[in-house]
Design a protein around this ligand. Structure first.
Ligand code: FES
Ligand code: FE2
Length: 341
């Protein structure tokens, strides 16, 4: 099996927050190089499976996200409350329908964040190392999802991850958006194969404006600056002041390494009351809009990175603000060594 596929199979991946799928029929789909991964609310539990119908393998959920019954459009098999409802059941005489079930993935929770794994090599909390406690705290402060944005990045996924791991490009690529925060150098923390960057907002006016919004929130955790948390191999979670979190997944998509499935969702923190929520609606909408612009800018530059611009060797010319890229490559080399062992 190759590098990308083993990374998908052997690691836990953050899939969603509990609050993203509150109602029966809510679903979310991610595309990966090993096929679809769908989480849906079956009226009883959140079920994570490969989007294939147990009857003859049709794809059940068609879109990126939405709400619909888990009914296969081919012959109408329906999956609900942990059971399969089969039309014209009496015609299935020579087989045991009680064996028909969905192909589910392993799942585990870190706080209210749901993770999935195909054949995870270690326990979730071992993989998350010191990020686990931070993630738990973040998860308990998230109240809802505001925005879903998924598209295909035209580059190999490690190039997109490395772009997200260094602030060196911010002034040139994001002059009107991220650069306006004037982020300071901040501090990197490395834990297992994951990394965290915390950077104070250097623009005093914006820092004050952001600080003033705190009174509208009901949160007991959040870094009052810019936080970017990277979970090896495919997930980034970033936030300004803990008011909202952008959850991004960059899954390998095709075997040639030409495209990446990029999925981002804006998760918003709990607000004080209904009045505060009304005040914050436009703030969250503008955050979503700015994030979309930032991702578009990142995509534009990632498109200019050919597949062979990436390998797992250390960067020959690395600035100090590219330390997380070096750490990512080291993690990749450790994974490759493990594959060969
Ligand atoms: S393939 Fe799904 S009901 Fe037949
Ligand atoms: Fe960027």
């Amino acid at each position: 099996m190759d590098f990308d596929q083993t990374l998908v199979r052997r690691y836990w991946h953050m899939l969603c927050h509990r609050r993203e799928l509150p109602a029966s029929g809510d679903y979310l789909r991610l595309e990966t190089c090993i096929g679809d991964v769908v989480v849906f609310n079956d009226g009883k539990d959140l079920v994570v499976f490969d989007n294939r119908c147990a009857h003859r393998g049709a794809l059940i959920f068609p879109g990126t996200d939405g709400n619909q019954p888990a009914t296969c459009g081919y012959h109408g098999w329906t999956y609900s409350h942990g059971v399969v409802i089969v039309p014209e059941r009496e015609r299935f005489k020579g087989c045991d329908l009680s064996k028909a079930r969905l192909n589910t993935f392993a799942t585990d929770w870190c706080g209210d964040f749901l993770f999935f794994g195909a054949e995870p090599a270690q326990a979730l909390y071992d993989q998350l190392a010191d990020t686990a406690e931070i993630l738990e705290n973040i998860s308990f402060n998230i109240d809802a999802r505001h925005d879903v944005n998924e598209y295909i990045y035209e580059c190999y996924w490690p190039l997109a991850i490395e772009n997200a791991l260094e602030p060196y490009h911010i002034s040139l690529i994001h002059p009107q958006t991220l650069a306006s925060l004037e982020l300071e150098d901040g501090e990197n923390t490395f834990t297992g194969r994951n990394s965290i960057w915390r950077a104070p907002v250097g623009n005093a006016r914006l820092r004050k404006q952001l600080g003033n919004l705190k009174r509208f929130f009901n949160i007991d955790y959040g870094y009052e600056g810019y936080l970017s948390l990277y979970l090896f191999p495919f997930t980034m979670l970033s936030s300004t002041f803990g008011y909202s979190y952008s959850l991004q997944n960059f899954f390998p998509r095709d075997a040639a390494g030409k495209t990446t499935t990029f999925s981002s969702r804006l998760l918003t923190a709990a607000t004080k009351d209904a009045q505060a929520a009304a005040v914050l609606t436009s703030f969250f909408s503008s955050t979503a809009k700015v994030n979309r612009k930032v991702f578009g800018e990142d995509h534009d530059v990632c498109k200019r990175m050919p597949r062979d611009a990436w390998n797992a060797e250390p960067l020959q010319f690395a600035s100090e603000v590219e330390a997380k890229v070096q750490h990512f490559r080291e993690s990749c080399r450790m994974h490759i060594d493990g594959m060969e062992a």
